[in-house]
Ligand binder design. Sequence first.
Ligand code: PXP
Length: 257
Amino acid sequence: MTGATTQEHKLRLGVNIDHVATLRNARGGDTPSPLRAARMAADAGADGITAHLREDRRHIRDGDIARLKDEISLPLNLEMAATDEMVAIALEHLPHACCLVPEKREELTTEGGLDAAGQVAHLAPRIATLVDAGIRVSLFIDPDPDQLRTAHQMGAPVVELHTGAYCDAAQNQREDQREAELQRIVEAAAVAGELGLECHAGHGLCFETVAPVAAIPNLVELNIGHFLIGEAVFTGLEAAVAEMRRRMDAARAGIGS
Ligand code: PXP
């Protein structure tokens, strides 16, 4: 395979850094820094940084969005509810992309995709405003052909398929359901291709679930967060503990001298 062909088939990785902010907010200070996480993700091969500014600011906050936009060279994908407040924030910061997601205050994470078909009057003008500002708009929807057709009719150039049902089935070892949910994603990606929509996917992906999704030819981007931040604890904890051990031992060695 030539380098050009490899590039042609490359699947972009958007790293969602929300949960670095969740950890930071647990103590109310500045660390761990989502900005530092974004820089590390960039160095490790991420193609974009994704962050969800929720209405309740439970993880990423307004100041994070400003700094991610100004200080990180990778494209910023701002996930947000389609509210007037969020549209105004997007117009202020002009991220590369906005992914419109459903949002319920009481949910732990984004449960299910947007009901695009049921909210045309609300969504269409907000999509138009963002597209007119030069922002690449995607709609986070379930892998359902009706939702894809509505996204296309409303002028959204991109859809992101919710992979949560597939990942849940995999985690609960329900093999038939896992296969059926994967098939829904495969078919929805094909419909996106027929409609000329750029197709992304994400939610709940981990090392065990990513390969069959990554192999779907029509997909061009995956957005992955919670698993990566959790995994980073385990791949980074040993080095962090060893460094603390080294500093403590060095300080104690200094007492005797
Ligand atoms: N894509 C969208 C639109 C999301 O809302 C989320 C979660 O914020 C993700 C991808 C990433 O999901 P996870 O954190 O489960 O990898």
